[in-house]
Design a protein around this ligand. Structure first.
Ligand code: IVH
Length: 720
């Protein structure tokens, strides 16, 4: 190949590869396989190795691998990069439109239609891309709006940044403005990797995008899957565009990534509706947005409206309710849970986030606080998205803040001057020395009579899904405990009306929140006739004696035993006496119960205090035996079935209903006593065991015909 031929081939390859990069990165519509793309790319690489002078700045091989910089160079933007004034809510948006109209009227421009373009306000990092004669020449951060930092090599690594404009007659100069961001999925993956590598996680996608663009080593920037949305043309020569939406069209045609959901609308009402639409789809997007931007479309009108300071009058940011805010962490306090675990939580300067005011947020555990390096007194990022519980993401260490004396200081300075937080050595509720077992993150209070633990365990006992005792909330539990009326869960069953309300020296005496009415009886003696709330509570306690044994077991609050595990245990050990007789080794055999849970159960049941409580519950008539439900007669009467794997149409619950309706019984483990194993997709060890024991294995269709019985009747039961 002659040199001229090589040059022609390289130019052809550059164009082809850049066109396919555009299809892939910008339009998300690749036309060739990755392998074909790679082959073209390698061919160009080889040519450039042989003829280094063919290595042009718009060559796709130049996207990666540039050498690290010593520092960033400053670049002056050809046209300043402006910022945006905010509209907080629709009223301010309408007021902005009113002002636009007034100003335009004064300039006798009220006959030009006032149209608006509504765009997402991307929560990333503003950048400017300068193209000279169609070739990407300089990329810069916003900086102070006049002068930014040159980050060309890093921006080149972003696949959707065109290295050469896709137009046949490029303008001599054009500045393109946009926002670099890290897609949320990429952010999650990046953080997972960082944590796995023992590096601190990034606080949010914005910070990590900013950090990536300001990397001195472009190879590191290349490893971060950044992307860009372009939203404006800055300075240009040789471009004659009438309005903003034409500018966006031009950007699209030139190969830039422009958001496809940007709309041009006819007045402020429609603009407001478009802003609301952006707010609604916010949670579905693969990038963070913190508002919508409304821009006057016509450039004539934009020029007429002009700017105040750094904010153009012709554009405004419609801010959404924030899902993250910065607020002050006043202190870290500790809660003691029912199993004695100390859980730290943040006491915050109340902050409005995600639609609610938050002043407390859990901090999980000591290690989490240390990993995030959160210190009392820090300014922290608080996050609350959707219905998720509020999270303290981490401290803010850049920018300025006020210290305790109201002086402005750097946030980093302030942060490092604050003492690190440590878990209290003693329980805040009872003063016992706390313990942290090796290999565990949890720190606990070992004192079983710790008042905080008692209150929490009683709250758990009465809660829904456990004993479900209505009318006893946290306040009542605390009250009864303070009055010395309950020291453990069994004491609930010893409560009587007099404990809440009674007559004393001719007066009604009641616990706070409880009351009653008295009257004179026929014999002239006073009697209590009404004590509504107390009676309701007592009736609820009475009714709880009927709860199934699995609920009782869950209500006892054994560590690691949730309602599902309790159910699994009860299936194999249908009474307290059977459970008490079982050892950890037996319990660990129960499906869904591993050695850790088994150990916890054995320990709990082996404890003298717990035994006492259990005996008191037994004496109070609480159910410690599983009630075998009256079995229906049907085609499966007397048969025991085990479900395993995923059935094609039935959920596990539906299958169980079908079986039980036909008189059959569902158990969780396979033994010789099992009649059938119903196996679906991904059936595991139960299927193996069934085969080993020679138990009949059927599929969903088999189950359906068994249930239908010889008469082929499915009865009244319909599941679809
Ligand atoms: S236009 C004319 N459009 O918001 C004003 N900015 O607060 C120039 N931003 O620095 C900006 N999405 O980083 C514009 N669709 C969008 C935007 C957007 C995000 C950022 C940009 C700018 C900041 C202004």
């Amino acid at each position: 190949m002659s040199e001229a031929e090589a040059a022609a081939r390289a130019a052809g390859l550059r164009e082809t590869i850049n066109r396919h990069a555009h299809l892939y990165y910008v339009l998300d519509r690749p036309e060739i396989d990755d392998a074909v793309y790679d082959a073209l790319y390698r061919e160009l690489q080889t040519l450039e190795q042989e003829y280094p002078e063919l290595r042009t700045p718009d060559s796709p091989t130049q996207r990666v691998g540039a050498a690290p910089l010593e520092g960033f160079t400053q670049v002056r933007h050809l046209e300043p990069m402006l910022s945006l004034a905010n509209a907080r809510g629709e009223d301010e948006l309408l007021a902005w439109d009113q002002r636009n109209r007034r100003l335009l009227e004064a300039r006798e421009l009220d006959d030009v239609p006032l149209r608006y373009v509504v765009e997402p306000k991307i929560d990333g990092l503003a950048i400017s891309l300068t193209y000279r004669d169609g070739v990407f020449s300089v990329g810069a951060t916003r900086g102070d709006g006049e002068v930014g930092e040159e980050v060309t090599a890093n921006l080149r690594t972003i696949g959707s940044v065109p290295l050469r404009l896709l137009t046949s007659d490029p303008p001599p100069v054009v500045e393109v403005r946009g926002e670099v961001y890290l897609p949320l999925a990429a952010f999650a993956r990046l953080n997972e990797q960082r944590v796995a590598d023992g590096l601190p996680a990034f606080v949010n996608p914005r910070n990590s995008a900013a950090g990536s663009i300001r990397q001195l080593d472009p190879r590191l920037a290349a490893a971060r899957p950044l992307d860009v949305w372009c939203y404006a043309v800055g300075y240009s020569e040789g471009l004659d565009l009438p309005d903003h939406h034409s500018a966006l069209e031009w950007l699209r045609a030139a190969g830039f990534r422009v958001n496809p959901q940007i709309v041009t609308v006819d007045g402020i009402e429609q603009a407001a509706a478009a802003c609301r639409a952006w707010e609604e789809r916010r949670g579905d997007l693969d990038y963070d947005i913190d508002g919508a931007v409304v821009k006057v479309d016509s450039f004539v009108l934009q020029r007429a409206l002009g700017s105040v300071a750094h904010d153009p009058r012709w554009a405004i940011a419609f801010k959404f309710a924030p899902t993250t805010v910065t607020t002050r962490l006043h202190s870290i306090e500790v809660n003691v849970g029912r199993t004695g675990v100390l859980t730290p939580f943040a006491v915050l300067e109340p902050a409005f986030v995600g639609g609610v005011t938050v002043e407390r947020a859990t901090l999980h555990n000591e290690d989490d606080i240390r990993r995030k390096d959160i210190r009392p007194g820090d300014d922290v990022i608080l996050q609350r998205a959707g219905d998720v519980i509020p999270q303290v993401v981490g401290p803010v260490t850049t920018g300025e803040t006020n210290d305790a004396d109201g002086q402005l200081v750097g946030r980093e300075e302030r942060h490092v001057a604050l003492p690190e937080w440590t878990m209290p050595r003693v329980c805040p509720a009872c003063g016992s020395e706390t313990v942290r077992e090796t290999g565990e993150v949890a720190v606990r209070c070992p004192n079983r009579s710790c008042p905080a633990q008692l209150v929490e365990s009683i709250k758990h006992f009465v809660s829904k899904g456990a004993m479900d005792i209505e009318g006893i909330g946290e306040e009542t539990v605390v009250l009864l405990h303070e009055q010395g009326l309950i020291g453990n869960v069994a004491d609930l069953y010893g409560l009587e009306r007099e404990h809440f309300v009674r007559l004393e020296a001719g007066k009604v005496v009641a616990l706070p929140g409880f009351g009653g009415k008295m009257r004179k009886g026929e014999d002239g003696a006073l009697e209590l006739v009404e004590a509504k709330r107390a009676d309701k509570v007592l009736a609820a306690i009475e009714a709880s004696r009927e709860r199934p044994f699995a609920n009782v077991l869950f209500a006892l609050g054994v560590r690691h035993v949730g309602s599902v595990t309790a159910q699994a245990l009860v299936e194999q050990y249908p009474s307290m006496d059977l459970l008490l007789a079982a050892g950890a080794a037996d319990l660990a055999e129960v499906p869904g119960v591993g050695p850790v849970v088994a150990e916890a159960v054995e320990q709990f049941l082996g404890d003298e205090h717990n035994r006492e409580t259990i005996e008191k519950l037994r004496a109070a008539g609480v159910r410690l035996v599983e009630e075998t439900p009256a079995r229906r007669e049907g085609s499966l009467t007397g048969s025991t079935l085990v479900l395993t794997g995923k059935l094609p149409t039935l959920t596990r619950g539906q299958a169980q209903v079908l079986i039980e309706a036909a008189g059959g019984k569902v158990t969780s483990s396979v033994s010789r006593a099992t009649d059938y194993v119903v196996a679906g997709e991904d059936a595991g060890s139960k299927l193996d065991k069934a085969n080993a024991l020679g138990v009949t294995v059927i599929d969903e269709a088999g189950l359906r015909s068994l249930v239908a019985g010889p008469e082929g009747q499915e009865g009244q039961l319909r599941l679809t």
